[in-house]
Write a protein that binds this ligand. Structure first.
Ligand code: NAD
Ligand code: MN
Length: 482
């Protein structure tokens, strides 16, 4: 197969101008921008250039207390008393302003986090706005969501998000909380706070009553203070399984409700009767999308033995055509790894895989001199018990295993501490239903991968966490039924 050459494309960089990033961001508490009590700030950098983008307020104990108090007052004074229809209007307004500022949000997301502009422009930002639209619709229809029951709000929700889909994760958390009548204190991840801070500007512009949404910034320490606060009714966390376990221990014995969206090691399963070229594209999208910084990535590929040779060859050819580089370039397929730390983690897993005896193949593309970049790669001759097949790498590294029978692949796919996502590629509808019933994963895609919609719930089994976000099910964690 003739490989498409990378240099057929002329550079098509998006302008940085629309991002309009301020040189400094304060904390958004009680509807106002407030300086951190300690006077401390930390930098957010662009991982593609290593340049400083802005400095961000570091929230410490006094600030966390202030934010929770503002959320409590916002709940008692305003949000609890406002009619559900009015609540819906506020949420709808947030969605509309997000659409108006979509370009600004997309460029900011790409500069702050390193993901290709194509992803932030076509996926992250529109999907985030859609979540607000969707939950705006539920605000005055909770009686239909929970027939014959009354859905009572909980009070104040503390929410913590990761760095891989910053604005989208904030939308997944804030929209259902507000629709069900709760107020919020949210802390974004420290490497990617900027779009969440812009969301705070949007919330201010939408004129929400003071204290209904508060955004505090900082690292794990700030997050830990939030989870320990005694005047919070609910914690929603998305991040690593390791931190999820710490939070679960912190909350043990308290009456706080908890949802955890944690890691994954998705099994993408290709049967010999699958449409091969479509499946190759699906595998590429499943793992190399967003640099593999995706909890539900199809990072374990199971190919039926009879087609393994041809499938792996096609995959390698396709990997060779992926464009790695400037995330602001509209042609870029794989942008920058989010941080130096994450790049180190990925590199150490590549070393581990080689030491475990697996065969390594990577694209021969050139990498930019500055910034954190990683070539797309894959491992073959992987054993089920290898660390690279069991642990989350969270980068553009695919592990390929083979199988012969349905029973064998189900056993292998389920042999994982995680259970977030899976994919099945086959021509037979009956096989899709049969296999998907027996795989323990929250989301299972058939003949596609990594498709999202606000109406469809998302969440995991086992060490991938519990509780669902999105859809009707996403309302449940924010209500007490009576
Ligand atoms: P992380 O757990 O290190 O951090 C997540 C968030 O928690 C950040 O905001 C961080 O500041 C905060 N935090 C860190 N320590 C804390 C503590 N002790 N108490 C409270 N908060 C704390 O994860 P990450 O590296 O930012 O994100 C990558 C991980 O997130 C991956 O494992 C990935 O699978 C997972 N993830 C899961 C989903 C999902 O929906 N299941 C979505 C995205 C990412
Ligand atoms: Mn950053």
């Amino acid at each position: 197969m003739a490989t498409k050459k990378k240099w057929e494309y002329s550079p098509a960089p998006e302008s940085k101008q629309p991002a309009a990033i301020a040189s400094r961001y304060e904390l958004f508490i009680n509807g106002k921008w407030q300086k951190p009590s300690s006077g401390n700030y930390f930098n957010s950098i662009n991982p593609a250039t290593e340049e400083k983008l802005s400095e961000i307020a570091l929230a410490e104990e006094a600030d966390v207390n202030k934010a929770v108090q503002a959320a409590r007052q916002g709940y008692e004074k305003y949000w609890k008393k406002i009619s559900p229809t009015e609540r819906g209007k506020y949420i709808f307004r947030i969605a509309r302003i997000m659409q108006e500022r979509a370009r600004e949000l997309a460029v900011t997301e790409t500069m702050d986090g390193g993901k290709p502009i194509r992803e932030s422009r076509d996926f992250d930002i529109p999907t985030a706005a859609n979540h607000f639209f969707y939950y705006a619709g539920w605000a005055d229809k909770l009686d239909f969501a929970f027939p014959n029951k009354k859905a009572n709000s909980l009070g104040v929700a503390g929410q913590i998000t990761p760095w891989n889909f910053p604005l989208l994760m904030a939308a997944w958390k804030i929209a259902p909380a507000l629709a069900t009548g709760n107020t919020v204190v949210l802390k974004p991840a420290e490497t990617t706070s900027l779009t969440t801070l812009k969301l705070a500007e949007i919330i201010q512009e939408a004129d929400l009553p003071p204290g209904v949404v508060n955004i505090i910034t900082g690292a794990g320490q700030t997050g830990a203070l939030l989870t320990k606060h005694t005047d919070i009714n609910k914690i929603a966390f998305t991040g690593s399984t390791e931190v999820g376990k710490i939070i679960q221990r912190t909350l043990a014995g308290s009456s706080k409700k908890l949802t955890l969206e944690l890691g994954g090691k998705g099994a993408n399963i290709i049967f010999e009767d699958a449409p091969i070229d479509q499946a190759v594209e699906g595998v590429i999208n499943g793992i190399f999308f967003n640099q593999g910084h995706v909890c539900c990535a199809g990072s374990r590929l199971y190919v039926q033995e009879s087609i393994a040779k041809i499938f792996i060859k096609k995959l390698k050819d396709r990997i060779g055509t992926l464009l790695v580089g400037d995330p602001l370039d509209k042609n870029t397929d794989i942008g920058a790894i989010n941080s130096a730390q994450q790049l180190k983690t990925i590199q150490s897993f590549i070393k581990i895989g080689k030491a475990e005896g697996a065969s390594f193949y990577e694209s021969d593309c050139a990498l930019p001199k500055k910034g954190y970049f990683c070539r797309p790669s894959l491992f073959t001759n992987v054993a089920q018990s290898n660390r690279i097949a069991q642990e989350e790498i969270f980068g553009p590294v695919l592990c390929i295993l083979t199988f012969r029978t349905d029973d064998e692949v189900i056993e292998k796919a389920n042999n994982s501490p995680y259970g977030l996502s899976a994919g099945i590629w086959t021509d037979k509808g009956a096989r899709i239903f049969n296999i998907s019933k027996r795989i323990r994963a929250g989301v299972i895609w058939a003949n596609t991968y990594n498709l999202f919609d606000p109406t469809s719930p998302f969440g995991g089994y086992k060490e991938s966490g519990f509780g669902r976000e999105g859809g009707l099910q996403g309302l449940q964690p924010y209500v007490q039924l009576s």
